[in-house]
Design a protein around this ligand. Sequence first.
Ligand code: ATP
Length: 422
Amino acid sequence: KKETSTIRPQMEKLLPEPTFSLLERVGELADSMKMNAFIIGGVVRDLIMGIPNEDIDIVLEGNGIEFAEAFANKIGGTVKRHETFYTATVETESGIKLDFTTSRTEYYEKPAALPTVSRSNIKEDLFRRDFTMNAIAASLQPGRFGELIDHFHGLSDIHHKRLRVLHNLSFVEDPTRILRGIRFEERFGFRMDEQTEAFIRQSTGSISALSKARIITELRYLFSSASPVRVFTRLSELGVLDSFLPGAVWSTYSEAVLTHFLRHPEVQSWSVTEKEYWFFITLCLYIEDFKKPSLARMAAETRQQKKVVNDIFSLLEHYPGSYFNTPGMFHNIAHQTEDHALLFTSCVLYPIDTDVSAMIEDYRHKRKDLTNWVGGDDLKEAGISPGPSYKNYLFQLEQAILDHKIKNRRDVLQYIHTNFLS
Ligand code: ATP
């Protein structure tokens, strides 16, 4: 016996009244045009879970774009066609937007490529989707309004907080679904079922067919809603981290570095671009053996980033060693190192040497206002005639300031007299 489930009550409760009546009108027009209309995907999933969502996707068994035009005409709204996506957006005078599309099926000529699309019925349209919870539709037809079309048991999966793909080749066809899956796990507290996880493990070959640019775009999108620590942990558990980021290592060490980095107050209020943020996050997975910059360069994309990597590794080359004893000594190897490279180096060393990590932070802060302390004028005032030795003297003064041997203006002159003039 098949029970029919409906989300009509949720629609009444969670959709604003004008949107609800608009959807009723969609159903009426579809009926009169001998078409079937459904809401589908994210909005249905969210309504089932009791979450308001006004991003409404409507699928037509029939030409969705033509329908959108007829509907806009009838209600006095505007239509925007997006031919490449086979969709059209209708906007009402009061600003409600509905997206219409034709139900379709997709064929993947080869793994991880873009699909070939053709028209189909609702069942096939549901079958091309990523997870069962996103593969549920609800009818808009009068008399069946709100009735669920749930061929793949998405409703039961939602109730069990289970993330499940529709077929064994799903990740081979589109490996970015793995990242979408992790996003949904994090967002809703769902968990992939064992078989879905097994399909992921079998899809490594097609992950490497994705372009690097696509992987970066998808991962960045994922980081905007899920913690990078969770994402890397999950990718690593699923055995696909190395397929997405070749050479990357997720270990207690890289996790400690990344966690420390993300907790850094300056990172939390960071003004760097998202691109830089992404670079440092992935860099944490490439510093396992911090004597090997070649691996770390894989995280770098721009020349500037390659330089940062080189800077970090030229500091690490000296570790452990006396250069790391005091900020003044550290200045010898770090005076030209860019601030972000210093910040990152302090994070890299944090799990193995908190003292040195703190010293580097101390150095960064003090270095920022060194220029307010001393300049060539001080040397001139002390009677040293300008020349090539100035550079050397100033550097020594900076080191003395960094090491607190000079604490005020008087100390500066005193230091010059004792060290440079006697
Ligand atoms: P969100 O609330 O994050 O937007 P959503 O489920 O609406 O979630 P979209 O990216 O807007 O996500 O996608 C809309 C629908 O299209 C999904 O519910 C899903 O059914 C389908 N979909 C999106 N991306 C894929 C994909 N890569 N493979 C298969 N189906 C997909």
